[in-house]
Write a protein that binds this ligand. Sequence first.
Ligand SMILES: C[S@@+](CC[C@H](N)C(=O)[O-])C[C@H]1O[C@@H](n2cnc3c(N)ncnc32)[C@H](O)[C@@H]1O
Length: 259
Amino acid sequence: MPKRHRIQFPPADVRELCQDEVYFYLLDGDSKEKIRLHDYERIFDVPGLYEQVVYERLKCQSPTTVVDVLRSSVAQCQQGINELRVLDLGAGNGVVGEELKKQGVSRLVGVDIIPEAQAATERDRPGVYDAFYVMDFCSLNDDDRDELKLWSFDCLISVAALGFGDIPALAFLEAFNMVGKDGFVAFNVKETFLDRSDDSGFSQLVRELIFSEYLDLHHLERYRHRFSIEGNPLYYFALGGKKIADVPHSFMDSVDLSE
Ligand SMILES: C[S@@+](CC[C@H](N)C(=O)[O-])C[C@H]1O[C@@H](n2cnc3c(N)ncnc32)[C@H](O)[C@@H]1O
């Protein structure tokens, strides 16, 4: 059992921050450390801190929700989730992997851009992934691609990692194209990403993709991802579907893939 941490959220008058600027304090004896909620390097270094802040205090329910959406999408094709060879993009410290492992997936590979995620996964959830790579999907080289292709993925899952300064559209497309034809895809996005008023690259990509000939949408669910630090519910969509074909890069010529 990791040690319990003393956590303090900032006072109400300084809380009006963007989702990727939000912070909390970690109290330890006389020290008071300010940590941004998106400072994953620091958070994953402290065993149990991510789980205590995100899952206990902010009541994040995305891993279970997106895994359920994946199961529903797979079941619609009379297949079982336990047959899948899954790529978990933005795996963090392995919470989603643990959820998938409970379902008994056939192969499970995690990828994250920071080494602290891999170290935390191996420290806190050893054996959950068959392999865990530290890679930036925006700049894979041919050796990385060859290595990943050996896993013959037929499923991509990405939870709480897309957009918002985390995984940009280009990296998502690279991962999508790594999944074989007739494979499955499940991920979540902030609810505004499906709204035409949001013109960020990621939002455009998601809207184009779900109405495209590259993906058959099987399941779309609006749900409470978690609470904000102010205590307001943050709604996301969880999407699940079947991949029909690779997305050519020309598909997104009009979109800024760096967002
Ligand atoms: C909010 S955490 C989510 C972790 C995990 N999926 C979960 O639901 O608990 C987002 C993760 O995405 C990772 N990430 C951000 N940009 C990335 C990129 N370009 N490629 C791979 N991982 C990335 C971060 O390092 C972080 O671990």
